[in-house]
Design a binder for this molecule. Structure first.
Ligand code: 4AD
Ligand code: MG
Length: 432
């Protein structure tokens, strides 16, 4: 039997269709049964009258339990009050599997731990459904924009022999007779090899940080998109990031109106975001933060509170550039005008959602990079291949990496990023 989808219901106005999915909710008033049905693409109400369907189907309806899987057939009717714009006049009702009575998630308030313990079921709830759909749009818009800009997808490894972003947050594992291996913190270093072959490339996949910090912005496993480009310097690097974020925003506003409404997201705040983004140096940011009452030190990295304080001043994202080199990674190129700062930028989302992108121009001189590796007390042998990239046809190059969950959290207006990934990994959580 052919069947349709809730998302396509508008094409069948006045016609009879069959849908396969789950009973989200229901109520019965005497001889009328209202079924809230979902099929993964959306939700629709199906109205059954006792008089219209066979006795045994009416009985099945009255024994229905939440989240049972069902097949429904009905006639599509326009209904302006319905969220989907339509409802179905029920004709046939069939159960695939009748769930027991005790579906754990109900309309009442559940604590975050309870919900996270039931994440495998919580994902069916409307808000969680909406968030994952926005996530899908962000991923798709990212691929589209980068391909348009001439980047190719280049998959970096997850098992790596050394650190990319500092050694304190590494997950180590025993790797046969080779000793230790580490879960990747970012594919950046491998992308730098990629750009010397392809010019522009990006990766997109899970990365791992043994972050001790228990904040609403940190996961131990999250999805990063790293992009890297040969012959691109600091300024152009920021332009590419700005273009990417605008492309993502436009796509979400275009494709996810319904999801943003479910999430009760303040859409105006997203619509207000325009290029060019605000730009300031780290030194200017520190000065501003002092005026706003922060006690940040002149050479400190911005903390989460500082980021929130700073971005709450603007209606669009803020690039903070040229951080003190001492607080940033070994691979960043120094500013030729002032060697104490790096040619780097962090992009802070508006509305206080914090850092969404970290990027920089990379050190491209062999001797300078070697000196940095030694200064950072990193094992030079592990970086010989990386140094080779500066030996054979070195060119100026830059790149950046975004945290997918941070961007999705900002788009959706979610308080904690644990809801933006299907199965969050936090310092105190690895299941389900
Ligand atoms: O700023 P980060 O550490 O930069 C890098 O890893 C570079 N190698 C990227 C590059 O240049 N290719 O991380 C990049 C982004 C951050 O801006 C943030 O959005 C996100 O990754 N991020 C996290 N997201 C969730 N949980 C965590 N623990 C995160 N740590 C970083
Ligand atoms: Mg960073």
């Amino acid at each position: 039997m052919s069947y349709s989808f809730v998302s396509k219901i508008g094409f069948s106005d006045g016609k009879e269709i069959t849908l396969k999915g789950w009973a989200y909710n229901f109520r019965c008033s005497g001889k009328i049964f209202f079924l809230q049905f979902r099929d993964g693409t959306g939700r629709v109400q199906i109205v059954y009258s006792k008089a219209d369907i066979p006795e045994n189907q009416w009985e099945a309806l009255n024994n229905l339990k939440i989240e049972s899987s069902v097949i429904v057939t009905g006639v599509v009717k326009k209904d302006d009050r319905a969220p989907s714009g339509y409802e179905l006049e029920g004709k046939v009702f069939e159960i695939i599997q009748l769930a027991p009575e005790d579906y754990p998630i109900s309309k009442k308030e559940h604590g975050p731990d309870f919900l996270l313990d039931h994440r495998h079921l919580w994902l069916r709830s409307e808000k969680q459904w909406a968030i994952q759909r926005v996530r899908d749009t962000v991923i798709q818009a990212t691929y589209e924009y980068l391909h348009e800009q001439g980047f190719i997808k280049f998959d970096s490894p997850i098992l790596t022999p050394n650190a990319c972003e500092g050694t304190t947050e590494l997950f180590g594992i025993k790797y046969f007779d080779e000793g230790s291996a580490y879960l990747s913190q970012s594919g950046q270093l491998y992308l730098e090899a990629g750009v010397m072959s392809f010019g522009r490339c990006f990766d997109f996949g899970p990365v791992f940080r043994a972050e001790k910090s228990k904040t609403r912005r940190h996961l131990t496993e999250f999805w990063m998109m790293d992009a890297e480009a040969a012959f691109v310097e600091h300024e152009e690097n920021m332009k590419i990031q700005e273009g990417l974020i605008m492309n993502i925003l436009t796509a979400v506003l275009e494709k996810n109106r319904k999801e943003l409404a479910i999430l009760e997201r303040d859409v105006q705040a997203l619509e207000a975001v325009q290029a060019p983004f605000i730009r300031m140096t780290h030194a200017e940011a520190v000065e501003r933060l002092h005026e706003l009452g922060s006690d940040i030190g002149t050479d400190d990295d911005l903390g989460a509170d500082d980021e929130t304080l700073l971005t709450s001043q603007f209606d669009r994202p803020v690039f903070v550039e040229k951080y003190p080199a001492a607080v940033k990674a070994f691979y960043m190129k120094r500013d030729p005008q002032n060697s104490s700062v790096a040619l780097c930028s962090d992009l802070l989302a508006s509305e206080g959602y914090g850092e969404i992108i970290g990027g920089s121009q990379r050190e491209d001189d062999y001797e300078t990079l070697l000196a940095r590796i030694n200064e950072h007390q990193l094992p030079v042998e592990a970086f010989n291949w990386y140094l080779d990239l500066r030996k054979y046809g070195s060119v100026p190059h830059s790149g950046f990496g975004y945290g997918l969950e941070r961007i999705v959290g900002w788009m959706c207006g979610t308080h904690h990023i644990r809801e933006t990934i299907p199965f969050p990994r936090l310092i105190n959580r690895i299941s389900p």
